[in-house]
Design a protein around this ligand. Structure first.
Ligand code: SF4
Length: 274
């Protein structure tokens, strides 16, 4: 697979740090990468789900709203980079949005060569068969959803099943796995196991506080040993899917022995101190 990465927006001599990390990630997955022209476009904005770790409802409101003339922003772009807050929920509350999406994107069809990079296409709790039917007619690549808390697992797994039933390759389903908020390492490992069982591609994402805008991160996750908090994303996201699946021993000990940057023999988890 050839992954298209959007060129940095500003005229810096070097790509943005996030882009460099994205290159590293995709190459670690055995993919080739090339640059493309693109821009980030919102079709709708706002979200009413109200996840406690997310700024969106506070910044953009709890009501889904359509962005005016969004179609014009896609002109001359090789990749359609859609950064809606909650597109699937918007499709349920904004009249005729589904028809507009089908008319604009569906006309191109999957063979047109314009993939839609959906920042968050599937919000598990509000995902319905009707929304899945429309979205799977669009040339989305890859798909993204989330398993941010264990309580969300029935909804995420149901959404994954709905996409599989419509012919979506589960490897193309990238699932954000938030950690370091209210969970602990055991909880994160359990959710990782659920995702590997479902054969999707997990993407571990560290929680950082809503009021952190750069600089030294003082946050200490309440139930995580600090080094594990750093190591979890580093290792989960760098391991190839095959290695992740063949490991299938996501015990504390396996994680500590294989996926930590410090001497695990001194690890407080193994000493039973935490
Ligand atoms: S569903 Fe997504 S956008 Fe909405 S509050 Fe939760 S994380 Fe934020």
């Amino acid at each position: 697979m050839n992954v298209l990465l959007v060129e940095p927006v500003y005229d810096h001599p070097f790509p943005h740090l996030f882009t460099l990390k994205a290159i590293t990630y995709w190459r670690s997955q055995g993919e080739s990468v090339r640059w493309t022209k693109g821009n980030a476009v919102e079709i709708t904005t706002g979200c009413s789900v109200g996840c406690g770790f997310c700024l969106v409802p506070k910044l953009y409101g709890v009501r889904s709203r359509r962005v005016d003339r969004w179609q014009t922003h896609f002109a001359d772009r090789e990749i359609w980079h859609v950064i809606d807050d909650n597109l699937s929920q918007s499709m349920l509350s904004i009249p005729s949005l589904a028809d507009d999406l089908l008319e604009f994107f569906g006309a191109a069809g999957p063979s047109h060569g314009h993939p839609i990079d959906l920042n968050s296409g599937i919000e598990p709790r509000s995902f319905t068969d009707e929304v899945a039917d429309v979205l799977t007619q669009l040339p989305v690549h890859p798909w993204r959803t989330a398993l941010d808390e264990t309580s969300e697992a029935p909804y995420t797994l149901r959404a994954i099943e709905m996409m599989k039933q419509r012919g979506v390759d589960p490897k193309e389903l990238h699932v954000y796995l938030l950690y370091g908020w209210k969970d602990d390492l055991a909880d994160a490992l359990h959710r990782l196991d659920l995702l590997l069982d479902a054969d999707v591609t997990p993407f571990a994402m560290r929680f950082v506080p809503l009021d952190w805008f750069g600089g030294k991160l003082e946050y200490r996750p309440p139930h995580w040993y600090p080094l594990h908090y750093i190591d979890f994303a580093r290792y989960v996201n760098q391991m190839k899917r095959r290695s992740l699946k063949s490991a299938r021993r996501w015990s504390f000990r396996w994680f500590l022995e294989n996926c930590t940057s410090h001497d695990h023999r001194d690890d407080p988890y193994l000493k039973g101190e935490t």
